[in-house]
Ligand binder design. Structure first.
Ligand code: NDP
Length: 334
């Protein structure tokens, strides 16, 4: 099978020469192991951080070693109790066609009827839990809140806006990077207002979309978006910092928001979070949101690329907004 390796640490925007696609011999499973043929791979913005060796919460990818990431596959051979050929499993050895796993590294996936498998890497996977934990717990969402989310047509953002609407937000505003994405938010996902951040200043567009201000800002982007949200914050407003994708390729530290004094004026709160710290919410999240995904009340969309050779472009595409909803690499072995 083939696997993607990091060959050198990208500086700024990653380029194809930073990576290699390598053919490797995958051994059969030893005692306690299983061999999995991957069917869906997740590519995510946080992987950009793991490509650099700057100090962070996740260990950097090793050079000339296969990269890792969320994946769903099918067991082809098993020497591990609890796993049989044909079982579907979720695990962390993505970026490759075949994964040799210790039994503790995989969990059997039993998809709900009518829910596509790939949704378990997105709306019903890590990204869905990120949206739920960030909105409900970190931003302490309450019915009647006015909510703004950036990166709103992405995997996390599209889920945040819909959860807010389903939970009784007074106003849901999203920003995204194209007219098609903005139309999707308004026409299909039920956002009250949405704007294209490339078509004008974020602070001006936000002021128009939420003239009375916002109680909650769910930040996926940082930069101008964070500054605009601080400017629009209402009394006791909450900002959950999930990501700052506008900064991930920076080679120099960028200036911070110039209006942090707003936190004093509003007695507001800003808090960063990591989904990994909120695993205890997974059960509640699935009970609460699982049925809404199955019924179609909570919508999700995937942007697929096909074949292991497409994984790098899929990843680079996520950083540039090529995706609407969750970006997924589909491996077709037929
Ligand atoms: P998305 O599906 O949202 O994909 C990333 C999107 O970011 C792109 O589609 C693009 O859309 C947008 N984008 C890229 N560059 C910029 C820019 N300069 N300004 C504004 N938007 C930009 O990815 P995810 O849903 O997986 O992740 C969303 C955010 O959440 C990321 O910041 C990620 O790091 C973070 N995250 C954090 C977690 C945590 O535990 N804290 C867990 C999971 C994700 P557009 O066309 O609109 O520009």
């Amino acid at each position: 099978g083939r696997e993607w390796r990091l060959q050198r640490r990208p500086v700024g925007v990653p380029v194809p020469e930073d990576f290699s696609l390598t053919e490797v011999e995958v051994p059969g499973p030893g005692p306690g192991q299983l061999l999995v043929r991957n069917r869906f791979l997740s590519v995510d913005p946080y992987m950009r951080g793991r490509m650099s060796d700057a100090k962070s919460y996740a260990a950097p990818y090793g050079l000339d070693e296969p990269m890792t990431g969320g994946a769903i596959g099918e067991v082809v051979e098993s020497e591990a109790e609890g796993f049989a050929p044909g079982d579907l499993v979720r695990h962390g050895l993505g970026w490759r066609e075949y994964a040799l796993l210790e039994s503790g590294e995989a969990s059997v996936l039993r998809p709900t009827e009518g829910v596509p498998l790939s949704a378990y890497l997105g709306v019903l996977g890590m990204t869905g839990l990120t949206a739920y934990a960030g909105l409900m717990r970190v931003a302490d969402f309450r019915p009647g809140d006015r909510v703004f989310v950036s990166g709103a047509a992405g995997a996390v953002g599209s889920t945040v806006g819909q959860i807010a609407r389903l939970k009784g937000a007074e106003l849901v505003v999203g920003s995204a990077g194209s007219p098609e994405k903005v139309a999707w938010l308004r026409d299909d996902l039920g956002f009250d207002r949405a704007f294209d951040y490339k078509r004008g200043r974020v602070d001006e567009q936000l002021a128009k979309a939420a003239p009375e201000g916002i109680d909650v800002y769910f930040d996926n982007v940082g930069g101008d978006h964070l500054e605009a949200a601080l400017g629009a914050l209402r009394l006791k407003g909450r900002i959950a910092v999930c990501g700052m994708i506008s900064r991930y390729n920076d080679t120099e530290p960028a200036p911070g928001p110039n209006n942090l004094v707003r936190l004093i004026q509003t007695r507001g709160r800003i808090e960063g979070f990591l989904v990994g710290d909120h695993a205890d919410l997974a059960g509640e999240f699935h009970r609460d949101m699982g049925p809404k995904v199955a019924s179609g009340e909570l919508k999700h969309r995937e942007t697929f690329t096909d074949g292991i050779e497409s994984a790098l472009d899929a990843f680079l595409g996520v950083l540039e907004g090529a995706n609407t909803g969750k970006m997924i690499v589909r491996l077709d072995h037929s």
